[in-house]
Design a protein around this ligand. Structure first.
Ligand SMILES: Cc1cc2nc3c(=O)[nH]c(=O)nc-3n(C[C@H](O)[C@H](O)[C@H](O)COP(=O)(O)O)c2cc1C
Length: 450
């Protein structure tokens, strides 16, 4: 038997009501679904039926939307959400295989808390936990933790790198066979297999040990999302999966090559990291049907909500005519994103209204509206041309937008031999084709004995 064929993998980013800014108003959506457990159960079970690698919850520790123009927040559903680890603990009870990924900030948490919570989720889910490592960039979040603004860039990433190091150290507290739990002798664990971390660094002093036993995966899976130089470096050094955003094949290829080429210096094989660009996929039996489905949501965008979607980068444009040209921003909030939006507007000669309609769905991610074959073609192109190992599906609305991908696109990928027909294992690491994480101390003991 030769090497198993490399196959496309899928995750789903299942935050709130879905990605489209009018998602909660979709005729078939439960408008309060972002605070209903049943809504997430239906989505998680759909993704598992579709044999997805992971159910992914983005997060922020605060409402991250400005009320700009005024009235936009009152018309948005991006206001309340479950704390993701709590939600995933509940979803672990109604799923059996799919990986459960929560976002947790390295800026507004302490490593001991994060290590403990994800280790607990790994036990509760039977080895399916993953941590999406992010740094928090918004002032709204900073203001919930006694600061006016987030720390500057280098500080955030320096802290993030040390944060991950401490968390992984804590996850190695107990060797796999530390617990004897021998009723007869009365020995609960072997003290030589307990390791106290004693970490002292620039940002953290953490003694340990962790008060959660070694987890089923050895260590929860690490996902990372961050596109800058330090973000790529952190991914290459530590991540099992990277969530990325790219619109064109060339950009995705450049990002893919850039992250994978950094791995060798950390002693890692490029296959040890899966690169997962976001993809908004809207399937229909015909292209017309797919476009009609998308139009249902587009028509539900109130102009104030549309303007808010671009205000995050271009500022409040409500003083300009909606059907006039996009003005040069005087004080862009997010420079790189403002440039992308302006380039888009200039290239396609878009009015303000057309610009917000163009980004209302994918928010900077690639969007494919078409037949299942069109969507499978688009995935296959990036997958075979060095741009992606997997895709994080961004459903325009939940759960229906996800169910359509599961029921239409997954069978098309399977027909092409590009997608699994059953899960390969019970833990997320097994599903990703990775071995359980080794414990650094067990390795050291073995090496010393050799
Ligand atoms: C695709 C993608 C998804 C992200 N998701 C989140 C998120 O859910 N929560 C969050 O606080 N930050 C999120 N981030 C922010 C990053 O973690 C990062 O800290 C931020 O983008 C600034 O760093 P960068 O310039 O390296 O991207 C995301 C970034 C990207 C590129």
């Amino acid at each position: 038997m030769g090497e198993p064929k490399r196959q496309i993998r899928l995750g789903v980013s299942a935050i709130g009501m879905g990605y489209h800014i009018a998602a909660w108003r979709h005729p078939d959506a439960s408008p309060g679904g972002n605070m209903e457990l049943a809504h997430f159960i239906r989505s998680a079970q759909a993704a598992e039926r579709g044999l997805f690698d992971m159910f992914f919850l983005a997060d922020g520790v605060g409402i991250r939307m400005y009320d700009e123009p005024p009235g936009a927040l009152a018309r948005s559903s991006k206001n309340v959400q479950f704390e993701p680890l709590t939600l995933l603990s509940a979803l672990a009870m109604v799923t059996t295989h799919i990986g459960l990924i929560a976002t947790a900030s390295t800026t507004w948490n302490e490593p001991y808390h994060v290590a403990r919570k994800f280790a607990s989720l790994d036990h509760i889910s039977g080895g399916r936990a993953g941590w999406n490592v992010v740094t928090s960039v918004t002032a709204q979040e900073a203001q919930n933790f006694g600061h006016e603004a987030p720390p500057d860039y280098d500080h955030r990433y320096d802290r993030a790198a040390e944060f991950v190091e401490v968390v992984r150290g804590l996850w190695d507290t107990w060797e796999d066979d530390a617990f004897l739990r021998d009723k007869a002798s009365g020995i609960n664990f072997n003290p030589s297999k307990l390791h106290i971390l004693n970490h002292r660094g620039r940002h953290f002093t953490v003694r340990g040990p962790l008060n959660v036993a070694r987890t089923p995966q050895g260590a929860p899976v690490i996902v990372q999302a961050g596109a800058s130089e330090p973000g790529r470096e952190l991914a290459a050094a530590t991540a099992d999966v990277v969530y990325a955003a790219a619109q064109t094949l060339e950009d995705a290829q450049a990002y893919y090559a850039s992250v994978k080429s950094r791995m060798a210096k950390y002693g890692r094989h490029p296959d040890a990291l899966k690169i997962m660009p976001g993809l908004m996929a809207i399937p229909g039996r015909t292209r017309q049907e797919a476009h009609d489905r998308y139009e249902i949501l587009q028509e539900l965008i109130h102009p104030v909500v549309g303007l808010a979607a671009i205000a995050g980068s271009l500022g409040d444009l409500s003083a300009f005519p909606l059907d006039g040209p996009v003005p040069e921003p005087t004080n862009p909030r997010m420079l790189s994103r403002a440039r992308i939006l302006l380039d888009m507007a200039r290239r396609d000669n878009l009015s303000i209204r057309q610009l917000y309609l163009a980004i209302a769905g994918g928010n900077g991610h690639r969007t494919i509206i078409g037949t299942p074959a069109d969507i499978a073609d688009a995935m296959e192109e990036w997958f075979t041309q060095g741009a992606a190992d997997s895709f994080n599906i961004l459903p325009p609305w939940l759960p229906g937008g996800l169910e359509e991908v599961v029921d239409q696109v997954v069978p098309e990928l399977q027909r092409r031999g590009l997608y699994r027909t059953a899960y390969e294992g019970r833990t997320l690491r097994a599903i990703l084709g990775a071995a359980p994480a080794p414990n650094r101390h067990a390795g050291a003991a073995r090496r010393a004995a050799e």
